[in-house]
Design a binder for this molecule. Structure first.
Ligand code: HEM
Length: 143
């Protein structure tokens, strides 16, 4: 059962990270589009679909499967596993990043251009970096 849960967890982590990597890309093109134009409308629809069909469900299933996996650990193990504590801290930021991106989508929907193209290109690297660090923490367990 535990291995099945882990397989589900990893699959939905992939979907979630794919969504988080793709969304700022859409914002890059959206930032350059004319307000009220054809591209503006298309980007809004693509962003809305990506958030509601991929990102939010994948985030929730990752969270639920991750919490269930956490039941394996008792409080003592949790206190002594620095890798797990670090992972949970990074997850806190990842959820914050997810919320921040969703907020930007709402601002685009209101007709705003909240940030520059360069800004969205830059923050696009965050989930990639987080994924590398989290996977090293959970697989190698260096601490
Ligand atoms: C959303 C909240 C999350 C929670 C509560 C959570 C919790 C857990 C737990 C408890 C395990 C089992 C660790 C073990 O027994 O070795 C696990 C496995 C794993 N997690 Fe997460 N996780 C979450 C999100 C993520 C994210 C965002 C990533 C990657 C970016 C990730 C990647 C992995 C991987 C690759 C494994 C399998 C490690 C192995 O080979 O055993 N998890 N997770």
């Amino acid at each position: 059962m535990y291995e099945w849960l882990k397989a589900i967890h990893i699959s939905f982590v992939i979907f979630w990270m794919a969504g988080l990597l793709y969304l700022p890309r859409l914002y890059v093109y959206h930032s350059a589009s004319k307000k009220g134009g054809e591209l503006d409308r298309k980007m809004l629809e693509a962003e809305r679909n990506l958030i509601s069909i991929i990102i939010t469900p994948a985030m929730l299933i990752t969270l639920i499967s991750g919490m269930l996996l956490l039941f394996k650990y008792n409080l003592e193990v949790l206190q002594n596993s620095l890798w797990l504590q670090l992972k949970l801290i990074l997850l806190f930021f990842l959820f914050g990043y997810n919320g921040y991106l969703t907020k930007q989508g709402k601002l685009f929907a209101l007709g705003e251009r909240p940030r520059s193209e360069k800004f969205f290109r830059l923050i696009n690297e965050i989930p990639a970096l987080m994924t590398i660090i989290i996977v090293i923490l959970v697989v190698v367990k260096p601490f």
